[in-house]
Design a binder for this molecule. Structure first.
Ligand SMILES: [Zn+2]
Ligand SMILES: [Zn+2]
Length: 183
């Protein structure tokens, strides 16, 4: 394996579809990308961006906007518990690959930290994960979806469908967390 950077909060960006192997030159470092980022960029849009430049923070600076704000790869603007340190949010937004979701993607948090994003999931992936199911139901309840409609929505999730789940795991206690969204 070549010099693939490691991301605490997104351990397998190739597996989740946020990166693909590519020898194209990265716009930021001009080296062959190795792993080319395919997720969202909130900033100047690169043709090719490698994961190394996300990991070391150079992409956030170099793709920043004229007003001096750094580029972000995830919008962590809402749903963040008060006990999660600002440094964690900066690592998530500026030095961690994001992921594409149907609606605005967001991160999930547990034990005063960000959780690790494991990827898209369907009903078959989460049906035996009671903690993930509880998290999905709680999120839908918060949106005002009643319990039976929530159960129907969760059971209709497909990894590659119009209704998708996004699975996370707490780095401290191992609890699975998830949310769902529809196209
Ligand atoms: Zn690069
Ligand atoms: Zn936890």
């Amino acid at each position: 394996m070549f010099d693939a950077p490691r991301f605490r909060y997104h351990p397998d960006p190739v597996g989740t579809g946020s990166a693909v192997r590519s020898d194209e030159a990265c716009d930021v470092c001009n080296r062959p990308a190795g792993l080319k980022y395919t997720g969202p960029v909130y900033g100047r849009q690169p043709e090719v961006l490698c994961l190394r430049c996300i990991a070391d923070g150079t992409a956030a600076v170099s793709l920043g906007l004229p007003d001096g704000s750094q580029a972000e790869f995830t919008d962590v603007g809402w749903g963040v518990p008060d006990d999660v340190p600002k440094a964690v949010l900066e690592e998530i937004s500026q030095r961690t690959p994001g992921f594409i979701s149907w609606q605005q993607e967001h991160w999930l948090y547990h034990c005063a930290d960000a959780a690790a994003f494991l990827g898209r999931v369907g009903w078959d992936d989460v049906r035996r994960l009671p903690d993930a199911l509880a998290s999905l139901r709680a999120e839908l309840a918060q949106l005002g979806v009643d319990a039976s409609a929530a159960d129907e929505q969760v059971a209709a999730m497909h990894r590659d469908g119009d209704l998708t789940g996004y699975l996370f795991r707490c780095l401290h206690c191992g609890t699975h967390l998830a949310y769902s969204d529809a196209s």
